[in-house]
Design a protein around this ligand. Structure first.
Ligand code: F6R
Length: 230
């Protein structure tokens, strides 16, 4: 694991975007796994700026998002689809056909998850961007998720539902998420974490038992993990 400790959120977003831009310049048709939430917003703002300055080109980039609430209408203002188009995809020249998002409206969620796994197998993720939940979740792999887990429908923990209850009129209790096994199969992972709320989870990433009770701990064994924190 490589660790970069920075002084604040702005620095974390700057360092992360420089690294992502560097990877994009090395491989124009890079496959990037994107996270949502508050943590990567600064990174996405910087990527949009870099694109506007002509420093990066998204025309050959392929993307896979980590997760989506279920059920969730794509057009809902709280869907992760809307988040991605609002904060990144709608502001750069990524091709719609190269964007892969789990469909919160899929009737057959089992098929949706299998198809997603197949698509990732065909276009393996070069660079996965991750945040972490206060309870150690990555994607929506809540405590109890297995290292071998793949894309599937999951129950959100009470903790996650509670944290979301301020955003939603009725907070979703389920989600579709890449599994831990899916995430670990990415060639490179950039994990971002800021703030005291994440300290306990980060403690378990760094030391102690690697185990399902704190999913982020599974990342410790990844061959190419860059952890940027403030
Ligand atoms: C988002 C995701 C989640 C978040 C985590 C942290 O796609 O998969 O695991 O990364 O909940 O969220 P923030 O960044 O809002 O603290």
């Amino acid at each position: 694991m490589e660790i970069i400790k920075v002084k604040n959120y702005k620095e974390m977003s700057r360092v992360a975007s420089e690294i992502v831009v560097g990877e994009m310049l090395k491989k124009g048709d890079i496959v990037i796994g994107f996270a949502t939430g508050a943590t990567p917003l600064g990174l996405y703002r910087n990527l949009v700026k870099a694109y506007k300055k002509g420093e990066v080109d998204f025309s050959k980039v392929k993307s896979f998002n980590l997760d989506e609430y279920y059920p969730m209408k794509g057009g809902d203002k709280n869907s992760y689809r809307r988040y991605m188009f609002r904060n990144l995809f709608g502001r750069v020249n990524i091709k719609r056909g190269n964007v892969n998002l789990l469909d919160g409206e899929a009737r057959d969620f089992g098929k949706e998850c299998l198809d997603y796994e197949k698509a990732i197998k065909k276009s393996p993720i070069d660079l996965q961007i991750l945040g972490v939940g206060a309870n150690g979740h990555i994607g929506f792999n809540e405590p109890g998720s297995l290292k071998s887990s793949r894309t599937r429908l999951v129950d959100l923990s009470d903790d996650t539902v509670k944290r979301n209850s301020g955003i939603f009129w009725k907070a979703p209790r389920k989600a579709l998420t890449m599994g831990i096994g899916t995430i670990l199969s990415s060639k490179k992972i950039i994990l971002l974490a800021s703030g005291k709320a994440k300290a306990r989870a980060i403690g378990r990433l760094m030391k102690g038992k690697v185990g399902a009770d704190c999913p982020v701990s599974f990342l410790r064994k990844h061959k190419n993990l860059l952890f940027i924190s403030c």
